[in-house]
Ligand binder design. Structure first.
Ligand SMILES: Cc1cc2nc3c(=O)[nH]c(=O)nc-3n(C[C@H](O)[C@H](O)[C@H](O)COP(=O)(O)O)c2cc1C
Length: 342
């Protein structure tokens, strides 16, 4: 299975080998090897890996794809999309681009890229992924490039405090993901809580465990977050608290619109747990949105065979959560835009 991680300076050698192999076909199209991806040196690569967000796609331990994201906010420029020649035609290019888009910082509002005008396959792939042409012009060596753009739909990251397969908290978040599109949001569920090691401040440094780096990247990429958690013995579940502890050392949740859905139908309504969650959200300076924090008491019988909640009133309440988050996301974008105008 394809796995992704951000490439660092130490990956420069492997990344350069992949880039050269992948761009030979492009050189053949133009009958010249003087195209930028083939001219790059190892030092160029090291510099680029340090200055950009480059995502690598791995099959086992082999680097089979990479793509670069350069921030010119609010634009994220995607370039050097490379798939190893023997691995092309397997959908890895699409998967790689989706990963780059999914994990780009929340401040990226649109993606742009440039494809060589003779690269019909690439232009077709980008079109299939929602990119449209907005201009043409020569690159540094005079090859005509087609510039393409794709607006970014704001994304919400959903985190359940329960690991149970038939979890009602997870079901409510799946349902929220299902209705998010109604208000122009996409939503994804963070499903790697069990991969996080036990929180240890000694490990909270520049060499974060991969699973923790992935968590922080997912939070950083989200425009908003929603939590839903059960209460265990009057407190937050241990695995979920562990996840929250790993968020404290990063700044990813600061100022991020956050909501929660409390599905407890016990008499105490898991009040202590949600109060504790609010305390943690205060520590990380999250922007808790009152309209996106709701109590919807539910029992396990509400979870349908599709692992979602079918009841219309529940879906309406969850839509209201999405509306409140969307409004806050848009307000924040407006404030950022005005600040950029000054
Ligand atoms: C070990 C354990 C402790 C629990 N403690 C509490 C509790 O203190 N307060 C409460 O309201 N519910 C408590 N519950 C009930 C769970 O919150 C309830 O089963 C909830 O629906 C689980 O959510 P899930 O379906 O998303 O896993 C406890 C359940 C377990 C298994």
């Amino acid at each position: 299975m394809l796995q992704f991680r951000r490439l660092g300076v130490d990956d420069a050698g492997e990344a350069l080998t992949l880039q050269r192999a992948a761009f030979v076909s492009e050189a053949a199209l133009y009958e010249t090897v003087r195209i930028p991806p083939l001219i790059d040196t190892i030092d160029d690569l090291r510099r680029e890996l340090a200055a950009t967000i480059t995502t690598g796609a791995f099959l086992d331990s082999r680097l089979v794809g990479s793509a670069r994201l350069t921030l010119e906010l609010p634009t994220g420029w995607i370039s050097r999309v490379a798939v190893a020649p023997d691995q092309q035609g397997r959908g890895f290019g699409s998967a790689l681009l989706r990963e780059v888009e999914r994990t780009a910082p929340a401040t990226v509002r649109r993606f742009q890229l440039a494809a060589a005008n003779r690269s019909a396959n690439n232009i077709g792939l980008y079109g299939h992924l929602g990119y449209v042409e907005f201009g043409r012009g020569p690159d540094a060596v005079g090859i005509e490039m087609v510039f393409m753009v794709k607006p970014r739909v704001p994304g919400v990251l959903l985190i359940s405090g329960s690991l149970r397969t038939r979890s009602v908290n997870s079901a409510v978040l799946r349902t929220l993901a299902d209705v998010a599109g109604l208000v122009g949001l996409t939503a994804s569920i963070f499903d790697a809580t069990t991969e996080l090691p036990y929180f240890d401040p000694d490990c909270d440094d520049d060499h974060l465990p991969r699973s923790v780096a992935a968590l922080r990247r997912a939070i950083g990429a989200a425009n908003a977050l929603v939590f839903s958690t059960p209460e265990y013995a009057g407190a937050l579940p241990g695995a979920f608290k562990n996840l929250l502890d790993w968020t404290v050392g990063g700044m990813e949740m600061a100022d991020k619109p956050v909501g929660w859905v409390n599905v407890s139908n016990n008499p105490g309504r898991a009040a202590a747990t949600y109060s504790s969650l609010e305390t943690v959200l205060g520590y990380v300076n999250a922007d808790v949105v009152p309209g996106a924090c709701v109590a919807i008491p539910l029992s396990h019988t509400a979870v349908g065979p599709d692992s979602m909640i079918a009841e219309a009133p529940v879906r309406t309440e969850l839509t209201k959560v999405c509306v409140a988050l969307r409004a806050r996301i848009d307000d924040r974008a407006l404030v950022e835009w005005r600040a950029g105008q000054r």
